[in-house]
Ligand binder design. Structure first.
Ligand SMILES: Cc1cc2nc3c(=O)[nH]c(=O)nc-3n(C[C@H](O)[C@H](O)[C@H](O)COP(=O)(O)O)c2cc1C
Length: 215
């Protein structure tokens, strides 16, 4: 890659980051195909996660019936839910250790680690996960799911869509509404996604020297 290409790539990425704004009103007639939502999610799942356990789980709410079920839970956030093409509910799976063998076996097959290292890792990680308290599991899952949520929003922007992360909803009942076991799946956030029907509002950011110390 020459200098110009590298610079263009950098500028394009910065633009996507800077142009992402929370959008709370979308074209209600615009429907993002499932295949495109799946593509966005697949790209987003390149996010890093603790021990690569990928504890994120998604419920894509995009039928009028499902939106009707969700609306009573979102209070003042109803417009972005109602007009969006879809709402992606991000959950954290506290029993993600179930996928340990498949994740490490596939990583080994891809050449990411030897068979021997894979077996050692599995032997180490499984008991460590089993010993974790619910609080520790929740903490790990919250960090990992925050990272994927951000990737979803940036990937959506790259596809020409806008989003709004939503924390204002009834957390206790969200999983049950969509058939997820409450003890196992903890709700992280809702992300509305669609074709913007308004431009994003200005929002202030604290300067870097306020939030940073070099030591
Ligand atoms: C975890 C989280 C929860 C949020 N919850 C809501 C919400 O319930 N309703 C809403 O309109 N915006 C919500 N937001 C969006 C923020 O208000 C918004 O990101 C912030 O004001 C900065 O504006 P910007 O996203 O346009 O840059 C949430 C953002 C995050 C990260």
């Amino acid at each position: 890659m020459d200098f110009n290409q590298e610079n263009e790539r950098k500028q394009a990425f910065i633009e996507i980051i800077r142009e992402r704004k929370s959008i709370r009103n979308y074209d209600p007639n615009f429907k993002i195909p499932h295949s495109e939502i799946e593509e966005i999610l697949e790209i987003a799942t390149s996010a890093p996660s603790s021990a690569n356990m990928q504890p994120w789980r998604f419920v894509v709410i995009d039928t009028p019936e499902s939106k009707e079920k969700l609306l009573p839970s979102v209070g003042f956030n109803s417009k972005q839910v109602d007009t969006s093409s879809a709402v992606i509910a991000v959950f954290g799976d506290l029993e993600n250790v179930e996928y340990l063998d498949i994740i490490y076996s596939k990583t080994s097959e891809l050449g990411g680690m030897s068979e021997e290292v894979k077996n050692k890792q599995i032997e180490l990680i499984r008991p460590a996960y089993k010993q974790m308290t619910r609080e520790q599991k929740e903490e790990a899952v919250l960090i990992d799911c925050g990272l994927i949520s951000m990737q979803i929003m940036l990937a959506a922007k790259a596809f020409g869509y806008d989003t709004n992360p939503i924390g204002g909803y009834a957390r206790e009942s969200l999983g049950e509404i969509f058939g997820l076991e409450k003890e196992r799946y903890i709700p992280i956030m809702l992300i509305s996604i669609g074709k913007a029907a308004e431009s994003g509002k200005a929002s202030y950011r604290l300067p870097v020297d306020t939030v940073t110390k070099f030591r």
